[in-house]
Write a protein that binds this ligand. Structure first.
Ligand SMILES: [Fe+2]
Length: 395
């Protein structure tokens, strides 16, 4: 019997997705029980009411996307335009760079993404649903990272092989302020065709801003900004303190594009300048219309988005027949306490890296012969991941 998963690819047309038996906004708890969406708990109150490709409400949303989707005047740079990339990243909290991957690297990443996705989708959903939705996530959306028991895919040779590329390393060195930064993980996210809901705008984490002295010392040592050298962090005025935090992103993620981002296939959206915001982003009911269209349409397969993870962003509806897959790698600057980084890379994978790859993965690599906890086990349900981790610990 042939299955839609047999020839799964994360680019081009596919039969995967568009499961009309999975209601809009439906979420599963950690055990796979349906948490019914009600009027108070609908992540996207404006989502079409049926997950069907040619449903009239889907057609209406598709028409709005066709007319409006895509950020106006989005800059897309070549990898060697380091100065412009650096300036744009610190101004906007993200920057798009084309041709980060060559043809062979793009092919390798696509194969890896399809292999892992096939594993996730082969687990049947509850009732008559085609797929098991990932715990706490909107339907038809998965995270390569959170679906892994180790929270990362750094044990996977494909992800590991992308940490140090001729195109990305000079850019990361500029954005990080030096070449002593670390890889702290990798994974990424994807949406299937028929992911009809908008995800809420969010920052990946809140900057606690508790380490002003460390970040000020770093800025002074690297000469990135000119700060009054006679004063301690506590003695600086408030705007200068803010500037210290603004200019030192605690993490930078590169999302690599496996397909072109189009108005229809769930391009990610970024709200420029929000990496320095203290307030919370608006809900979908509260946000402005222009925020819905602030997506990275026009970025092509093989490109990447360097993201300050503090910047507001979210996934958008994929009304096409193509999977939108964005594997990622996550980096932290040299001022990070390396004891806080999880060990997710086996020594035997680390040995295969370039000398610089080995250097930047130094803090996440296990000792020889030690397999990182949870690595290699993927499941959409949180309870299964915890169970696997417990079993691993008992062995
Ligand atoms: Fe996110």
């Amino acid at each position: 019997m042939t299955s839609e998963l047999d020839n799964l690819r994360v680019y081009g047309e596919t039969e995967v997705g568009w499961d009309e038996n999975t209601p809009p906004n439906e979420k599963l708890d950690d055990k796979g029980n349906v948490i019914p969406a009600n009027d108070l708990h609908r992540e996207d109150p404006f989502a079409p009411s049926r997950r069907i490709y040619d449903d009239p409400e889907v057609e209406a949303l598709r028409e709005r996307l066709r007319q409006n989707n895509g950020m106006c005047g989005l800059d897309i740079f070549d990898p060697n335009e380091i100065e412009e990339i650096n300036r744009t990243f610190h101004r906007d909290g993200f920057v798009v760079v084309r041709d980060l991957l060559d043809e062979e690297q793009l092919h390798r990443f696509r194969e890896g993404c399809a292999r892992v996705l096939k594993e996730l989708l082969s687990i049947p959903g509850p009732g008559n649903r085609k797929y098991m939705t990932e715990t706490g996530r909107l339907p038809h959306r998965y995270s390569y990272g959170t679906a892994s028991s180790s929270r990362h895919l750094m044990h996977d040779p494909v992800w590991a092989s992308m940490v140090d590329l001729p195109t990305t390393t000079p850019i990361l060195t500029a954005l990080m302020g030096n070449d002593e930064y670390y890889v702290w993980g990798g994974g990424g996210d994807l949406c299937l065709p028929g992911a009809i809901e908008y995800q809420q705008l969010h920052a990946d984490f809140k900057d606690t801003q508790k380490n002003g002295k460390v970040r000020l010392d770093f800025l002074r040592a690297t000469g990135l900004i000119d700060v009054d050298t006679d004063k301690s962090f506590e003695e600086l005025d408030f705007p200068t303190k803010r500037l210290v935090f603004d200019q030192t992103p605690p993490t930078i993620t590169i999302n690599f594009l496996m397909s072109d981002l189009t108005w229809e296939n769930g391009p990610i959206r970024q709200i420029p300048g929000t990496h320095t915001m203290s307030q919370n982003p608006p809900t979908l009911a509260e946000e402005a219309d222009w925020m819905r269209w602030s997506t990275l349409v026009g970025a092509t397969a093989g490109s990447g988005v360097f993201r300050d993870n503090r910047a507001w962003h979210s996934a958008t509806p994929n009304l096409s027949k193509e999977i939108r897959s964005l594997p990622n790698l996550e980096y932290v600057p040299s001022w990070t306490d390396d004891q806080t980084l999880l060990k997710s890379m086996p020594y035997e994978v680390w040995e295969t890296l370039t000398p610089n790859g080995q250097k930047i993965c130094r803090a996440i690599t296990e000792g020889p012969g030690v397999w990182p906890e949870g690595a290699g086990t993927m499941h959409p349900l949180a309870s299964k991941r915890i169970w696997t981790k417990k079993r691993h610990a008992d062995e």
